[in-house]
Design a protein around this ligand. Structure first.
Ligand code: NAP
Length: 248
């Protein structure tokens, strides 16, 4: 798949799934906008990106999404608009797990941080970047879901609530944009994947029993394909989408 001349913003691009997507998408020619909170991790990923395509360029945006506000979201918009003609996609990947505890014991400050990173930031970034996305020929927004977005489970607290909220947010954006915009909105649950977050949620699990972030790349690529333009389905789980992409 040729992604040259496509510019994709990946939040939480310094680790786990986001980092692998940044590296793999860059190999296909994409311009990558790496958004993360840690400057040295951003530099390390930047150095791993492919720079060999003609006119390919990448951008680092250092931002702590727990603190995102109108002003910093507009700064992100302006930084992208200064460097690129258009924005072709946002992969809203950044998230934090928060604390695995009962609701009764959940610290309010931690609750707010999780909701800010996982739900408020994707809302504000999408809203602020919508106009620049609409300059793309094939614009995409991909939200990242989870198994606990559909069923409340003890101890998953703010993380689960944020993913329930994100599902609603994605559905509302999809519904609002399908008649007024060329932007396609998807919400994808990658399922259990070998990352730092998964290890924190399930410390007793053997990570070698899980798929790796690299196994997800073809699913994410499908969202950026012309084929997905005709999809009436917005919500996907890894198990179903991976079969679909293997079959095509
Ligand atoms: P991860 O390895 O913990 O990576 C999360 C990324 O988000 C890191 O780059 C992290 O930055 C960044 N991030 C966290 N807080 C941030 C903030 N305040 N501002 C900016 N960036 C921030 O997690 P992952 O497992 O790859 O998860 C990626 C996505 O998949 C998440 O949305 C998660 O909910 C979802 N998901 C994962 C699994 C799984 O099994 N792994 C399953 C279902 C859904 P740092 O490098 O600075 O920490």
């Amino acid at each position: 798949m040729d992604l040259s001349h496509r510019t994709i913003l990946i939040t939480g691009a310094t680790d786990g799934i986001g980092k692998v997507l940044a590296v793999e998408f860059s190999k296909l020619g994409s311009n990558i906008i790496l958004l993360g909170r840690d400057a040295s991790k951003l530099d390390t990923v930047y150095d791993q990106l492919d720079h060999s395509f003609k006119s390919q360029k990448h951008l680092i945006l250092q931002a702590d999404l727990s603190l995102l506000n109108n002003e910093s979201a507009h700064e992100i918009h302006n930084a992208i608009a200064e460097e690129f003609i258009s924005l072709d996609g946002i992969i809203h990947n950044a998230a934090i797990l928060g604390t695995m505890t009962t609701l009764e014991d959940y610290e309010l400050s931690r609750w707010d941080e999780v909701l800010n990173v996982n739900l408020r930031a994707p809302f504000l970034l999408t809203k602020t970047l919508k106009t620049i996305l609409e300059t793309s020929m094939l614009p995409r927004i991909i939200f990242t879901s989870s198994g606990v977005a559909n069923m409340g489970r003890a101890f998953w607290g703010a993380y689960s609530v944020s993913k329930f909220g994100l599902k609603g947010l994605a559905e509302i954006f999809a519904n609002e944009l399908e008649t007024t915009s060329s932007i396609k909105v998807f919400n994808f649950d990658p399922g259990a994947t070998q990352t730092k977050m998964r290890a924190s949620a399930r410390p007793a699990e053997n990570p070698n029993t899980l798929k790796t972030p690299s196994d997800l790349v073809n699913c994410y690529l499908w969202f950026f394909s012309e084929e997905s333009s005709d999809s009436k389905q917005h919500y996907f789980e890894y198990a179903d989408l991976s079969k679909k992409v293997t079959a095509t």
